[in-house]
Ligand binder design. Sequence first.
Ligand code: ADP
Length: 487
Amino acid sequence: MILIVDDQENNIYALKKLLENWDFEVDKAFSGEEALSKVLKNNYALIILDVQMPGMDGFEVAEALCGYSKTKDIPIIFLSAVNTHKRFIKRGYESGGIDYVTKPVDQDILMLKVKTFYRLYEQTKALNETKQALINEIDERKKVQQQLKDKVEFLNATLESLPQLAFTLDHFGNLDFVNEHWLMYADKLHFPTPHPDDFDLVFLFDLLKESENPLEREVRLKKLDGKDYRYHLLRVIPFKIGHNTLRWVGTFTDIHEQKLAEIKKDEFLSIASHELKTPLTSIKAYVQLLERTIESQECCPAEGYIRKVNCQVEKLNVLIADLLDISKIENGKLQIRPSLFNLEKLIDEVVETTKHSFDHRDLTIIKNGEIIGDVWADEMRIEQVLINYLSNAVKYNPSNNTIRIFTEKFDNEIKVNITDYGLGIPDSKKPFLFNKFYRVEETSMRFQGLGIGLYICSEIINKHNGTVGVESEEGQGSTFYFTLPTN
Ligand code: ADP
């Protein structure tokens, strides 16, 4: 929009008509004061200013406009019929005008000037806007860069203050940060050298790339100037931005003391179980001898006592065997000795053993399903799993004596299901049943146990590359199953 400032209405009228003919939007002010108040409210691309006006003259108006940041860049053309002397023209330019036109005005020349200044103003304005947008963007980028820098510094300071060996890996698996602690074990560019029997850190990045999941490994590391290896726990976590894994952050935590204590505990458990087992085995043998001796005499109360002792000895035996198994599992020494055996026969034997162990209960154990025949597995260990499932089915089923064993045959595996109609298991507890030392709190006070039977079963079946699981409804009963691959 163009503002015409003139105290003579005729002048304004003529100029307005001329400009409107050229499609310019026009506004008018009849005094310098009115012009000043209008420019603060509206946006003008050009001001055509009469020099001689009562009150503020054109020069004063132009000087005032130069003082406001909003108006200082608006081009001003002075228009004067009276003050045509060079002195006035000079003053006009000095007060901020970009042109000084004297009357009579050549309309064509005036219009050319108006159009040029108008376009120039529009272009300058657009340029200024672009410049401002660029400045804003640069400021924003600087701010973000600073924030990023602060974050990286914070992360580095955090990693630096950790008592662990800490590092970060870039997208290509190169070390791009290590803390001071690290330098006791390796230089800035390499991983510490692990014990030759442990996980080789050369393959670490391959593993990380494969899964994009956090990773944990135990490795023994040696200080650069040391002789002995110490156990460390390596933990690596991926840093994700969107779906792209950008880098990884990791730590090696010294767990040497805990590890030694754990090894000692396992050794103790193993020795204690062995020590307990030896006298127990001979007690068991003598009790059986006694039982046989007494069996020949009729109505002897000692026979009942001996049977009870025998039963307790058997429980102790199972307990110790389980503890021994736990320490074997912990040490990775649980061995599977497979052979070909008949599963139906084994199940029949286990059913008999279970009935015998719970002879105070009038158990009905029904076996049906497909005939499996021979399987290739560790017979003693599978027997152990069957006994465990069946004894649990009896134990956690105090008011129902029926148990079903159902066998199934698939293309690549067989499945054995043992169903009871007892207490069942709450949904929230099912995922933990096969964990070490886990017992369902709701029933743990009523029934004796250590919570290791199912854990051992799952380890045995895992070693056979099979699976374990449970389906259960609270109050209705449970079906525990295991599968074994047939190929
Ligand atoms: P334990 O029986 O010695 O506690 P297990 O490892 O054999 O240890 O079983 C773990 C837990 O699983 C048990 O404490 C019990 O809460 C639950 N559980 C196992 N079998 C059954 C079952 N057939 N019915 C209901 N709960 C069961």
